[in-house]
Design a protein around this ligand. Structure first.
Ligand code: MN
Length: 311
């Protein structure tokens, strides 16, 4: 299992693309992994001293070739299939002592990524923390979702709420305990989601909290929740947490997001802590973007999360 362990001085990263766009109804996020690769992700991480391997893309179904299934959770079966493959790939990376970076795709991808990370550490008797950075809380279930879009459901599924096709991925649930899960950056929450947040018992930090407390204080609290009593934490970052002025190429833009510097500072603080187990970057939509600038910003943010410093 560990025969490929690198010398401790070389840090390994494995990039995993998941070009899945079945979790929402706007085409384009399936091109997210390509846009992030074209923006030079692997080479830029390489200049930071990492050894980077790219595992290519996970198998995903194409919307036009499938029946969408139940309108309360469209393409659930196909999303669960890709999630299982992603979870496998993520666990293989961790077994090789590499840090996985998963590139979406829409945010339903996280159901598989986090399942894989959680399953790997569960086998060692450990739990993981989860920092969910997003304009939305993604904590709907098929019963509460106004849209039936599964990309609004992955956080609920990871906390054990929602369809068994997602909650019981890899045969157990929940993947993350509420005391170890935290949402940062939200500013657009459905009414039913407010109830789901309370029911789940997770902590949320809204954009108002960032305005009032400052980004550093919010990130320190978030890291404290995700890192205390866990093996470390996974960061699931939706590019729509950044303000649309900086990141126009996302499926569901919401005004009032993180500034360019707030977004970088959040990543820099995560890097300083050292507890990052894995990272995923989702919802980049090149069709809606301007000359790939959202993907380029996303790559810069990933580099900051992996230790790139201004000085
Ligand atoms: Mn999201």
């Amino acid at each position: 299992m560990n025969e490929n362990v690198p010398p401790s001085s070389v840090k390994e990263i494995e990039i995993i693309g998941v070009p899945l766009d079945l979790g929402q109804q706007r085409r384009g996020v399936d091109m997210g992994p390509s846009a992030l690769r074209a923006a030079g992700l692997a080479a830029k991480l390489g200049t930071l001293g990492y050894h980077v391997s790219d595992r290519g893309n996970m198998p995903v179904a194409v919307a036009e070739t499938m029946h969408r299934g139940d309108d309360r959770a469209r393409f659930l079966k196909e999303i669960a299939y890709s999630a299982e493959r992603t979870a496998e790939c993520v666990q293989q990376a961790l077994a090789r002592r590499a840090t996985p970076i998963v590139l979406g795709g829409d945010h339903s991808v996280a159901a598989g990524t986090v399942a894989g990370i959680a399953n790997f550490f569960r086998a060692q008797g450990q739990t993981i923390g989860l920092i969910w950075i997003d304009a939305h809380s993604d904590i709907n279930t098929p019963e509460t979702s106004p849209s039936g879009n599964v990309h609004g459901m992955p956080l609920a599924a990871l906390l054990g709420m929602g369809p068994t096709a997602l909650t019981e991925l890899l045969g157990w649930s929940p993947k993350v305990l509420p005391q170890h899960a935290v949402v940062v950056g939200i500013r657009d929450v459905d009414e039913a989601e407010r109830q789901n947040i309370r029911r789940a018992g997770i902590t949320v930090y809204t954009m108002r909290d960032i305005d009032e407390l400052g980004l550093r204080a919010v990130m320190e609290k978030a890291i404290d929740i995700a890192a205390t009593g866990t093996a470390g934490f996974h960061v699931s970052m939706d590019m729509d947490w950044v303000d649309p002025k900086e990141a126009p190429g996302v499926g569901t833009p919401v005004p009032g997001g993180a500034t360019y510097r707030e977004a970088h500072l959040a990543m820099e603080i995560l890097a300083d802590h050292g507890g990052l187990l894995s990272l995923e970057l989702v919802e980049v939509n090149p069709i809606l973007d301007e000359r790939n600038r959202t993907a380029e910003l996303a790559v810069q943010l990933i580099c900051s999360a992996f230790g790139k410093k201004i000085f």
